[in-house]
Design a protein around this ligand. Structure first.
Ligand code: PLP
Length: 398
């Protein structure tokens, strides 16, 4: 509609939203649908977060805090980052934000001029290119599907122009579940350093890694990158509080200072209650929560890999972190299911909803016309039942 501003052409409904409404329509008919499409754990929030949030309510913590968060939380986060990364961060190099999403949007608005190009490895989390375009930037997509879902420096290099200003890295990765190893991050870090690029380092899933894999941070591997990196993190996934909207950014003082002004005029502070909860949980810890979550996800990933392993001629990303299993089903596109032609990945996702009663996210949401993202953070019985049906439907396409 021409009543809306031009920029709204850049903002389309999230890829998950049409699946959600179709799944709800099936549920309204009394059909049970397994939701493999959610980007969150179904766990209750961590006990520590809940306890400190209740204390904040009862303690009448009802007021604004400074736009970038309570000083004691920024101090705690700076201390935590300094210890974890082995690189010193001061409190004024940290901003508390309404989830990682706001940290990322702030960053794009603050660092990009119109026409500035941003390298984004694909498959990507769909919010990255949308936010970058809203900020006037130009997403430059670098395919990773032929290199094990890991960006190759030669491919990044080939995408470089004199307008390239930034690269977005997300590990553990949404949607692929891949965890970037040390040498890959060192190589990409060196590439960014050599070409003077900003690095946006999204490590929201950093605490959700499968056995045998380790999450690395690019700044900790190359401390000299601190001056050109915005580290983005969140309590959303690690404490199962996606709805509480609390995350953070860490980067150069000047960038964080700009976030203070920007956030002060947009959202003001992230929810005071969530900040108290985040601060409290950092003070007295809740390590058993993550242990429980990761132990559960380990079993789930094993079950998921096993069942999906019985689908012929597809490729499966290695499920090293986060809670996503990523399939590439190019061989099925152009095929038929009981005579019905399946031309696109969206049609395949619809088929899985209708025939396997399973909601998955089609790769069209991630810049990959052949991918399917399946969250294995669902209840175990639903995981098994849903995946067995997905397996059978995929194997019946020829
Ligand atoms: N970054 C990635 C890669 C994500 O997958 C998500 C959520 O799905 C976010 C950031 C946003 O998380 P938050 O809830 O902290 O805004």
């Amino acid at each position: 509609s021409n009543a809306l501003a031009e920029r709204m052409r850049l903002v389309t409904a999230p890829g998950t939203s049409s699946m959600r409404s179709k799944a709800n329509a099936l549920r309204a008919q009394g059909i049970e649908v397994v939701n493999f499409a959610a980007g969150e754990l179904f766990f209750d929030a961590s006990e520590g977060m809940r306890r400190h949030a209740v204390a904040a309510v009862n303690g009448r913590r009802n007021r604004y805090t400074p736009p970038l968060g309570m000083p004691e939380l920024r101090e705690r986060l700076a201390e935590h980052l300094s210890l974890r990364l082995g690189v010193r961060y001061a409190p004024d190099e940290v901003a508390v934000t309404c989830g990682a999403k706001q940290a990322l949007f702030n960053t794009a608005l603050i660092l990009l001029n119109p026409g500035d190009e941003v390298l984004i490895p694909a498959p990507y989390w769909e919010t990255f290119p949308t936010q970058i375009q809203l900020a006037g930037g130009v997403p430059v997509i670098v395919d990773t599907t032929r290199s094990g879902f890991r960006p190759r420096v030669e491919d990044l290099h080939a995408a470089l122009t004199d307008r390239t200003r930034m690269i977005v890295l997300n590990t553990p990765n949404n949607p692929t579940g891949v965890v970037y190893d040390e040498s890959l991050l060192r190589d990409i870090g060196e590439f960014a350093r050599r070409h003077g690029l900003w690095i946006v380092f999204d490590e929201c899933y950093g605490e959700l890694v499968r056995e045998g894999h380790v999450h690395h941070n690019v700044v900790s591997l190359c401390p000299e990158l601190k001056a050109q990196t915005i580290v983005v993190n969140s309590f959303s996934k690690s404490h199962a509080v996606t709805g509480w909207r609390v995350g953070y950014a860490a980067g150069p003082r000047q960038v964080i200072g700009a976030m203070h002004n920007l956030q002060g005029h947009t959202t003001s502070n992230p929810s005071t209650l969530s900040q108290y909860a985040a601060h409290g949980v950092m003070e007295d810890g809740d390590p058993s929560f993550l242990h429980t979550v990761n132990t559960f996800l380990e079993d789930q990933a094993r079950i998921a890999r096993e069942i999906v392993g019985e689908v012929r001629s597809i490729s499966v990303a290695p499920a090293e972190g986060a809670f996503y299993l990523y399939l590439r089903v190019a061989s099925r596109l152009g095929g038929r299911y009981g005579g019905r032609p399946i031309e696109t990945i969206d049609a395949l996702a619809e088929l899985l909803l209708g025939e396997a009663h399973s909601a998955v996210v089609p790769g069209s949401a991630f810049g990959d016309p052949c991918g399917l993202r399946i969250s294995y953070a669902v209840e175990t019985s639903a995981l098994t039942q849903g995946l067995l049906k997905i397996r059978d439907v995929l194997n019946a396409i020829d």
